[in-house]
Design a binder for this molecule. Structure first.
Ligand SMILES: [Zn+2]
Length: 202
């Protein structure tokens, strides 16, 4: 990747968001530089996570800046999983070649949004807990159980590496609820006849 190439946020309808991203082969300066270029793009749009395909780079990595959970008055809430305890204080972080595996059968539903699907939110059902295996920018490998909002953010970002934007996971009703907004986005960014390839359509 040329250093002077300006990265831009890619919006639903851009083919790079539908591609399966390639593993990072070596954590060199270009990867470190990429992570550092992704952060301001994420902060500019008030995101808590951004995957490399969302800036047009089809590589398996994402950055996260998930805040520690707080109650309505801003008091910290307890976190339970090793991932939340160890990773949240270190944010922002980049995760390279992540492998995400659900733990247990518990799921939860929560409204999700995506920087690549501006201003639209809809409920997505996902496993509550996952095992995250990944390499960090310093080359260190981690493998830890993650719960809470962190687990959700990890799954959302990891999905991007498999060409899955969250709208592909929506139930009929949820998809219908944001259809107008999606049509507008796709009219502007998608190829003619672009179709959202849904995952849970039986
Ligand atoms: Zn997203």
């Amino acid at each position: 990747m040329a250093k002077d190439k300006k990265l831009t946020l890619r919006i639903l309808g851009d083919p790079v968001l539908d591609q399966i991203a390639k593993p990072v082969e070596k954590i060199d300066d270009s990867i470190i530089d990429l992570a550092h270029q992704m952060l301001p793009i994420m902060y500019d749009t008030n995101g808590v996570g951004l995957a490399a395909p969302q800036v047009g780079v089809s590589l398996r990595m994402f950055v996260l800046d998930v805040p520690a959970p707080e109650d309505e008055e801003g008091h910290p809430l307890p976190v339970n999983s090793p991932g939340e305890i160890q990773l949240l204080p270190q944010m922002p972080m980049a995760f390279i070649n992540p492998e995400v595996t659900p733990i247990g059968t518990e799921t939860s539903e929560m409204d999700e949004g995506c920087l690549s699907v501006p201003k639209l939110y809809a409920p997505v059902k996902r496993p509550e807990k996952v095992m995250l295996k990944a390499t960090l920018l310093n080359g260190k490998e981690i493998c830890m159980e993650c719960g809470g909002f962190l687990a959700r953010a990890i799954q959302h970002e990891n999905d991007h590496l498999d060409g899955i934007v969250f709208v592909r996971r929506l139930e009929d009703e949820a998809l219908e609820g944001i259809k107008k907004g999606l049509d507008k986005i796709l009219k502007k960014n998608g190829k003619p006849n672009y179709k959202i390839k849904r995952l849970n359509k039986s």
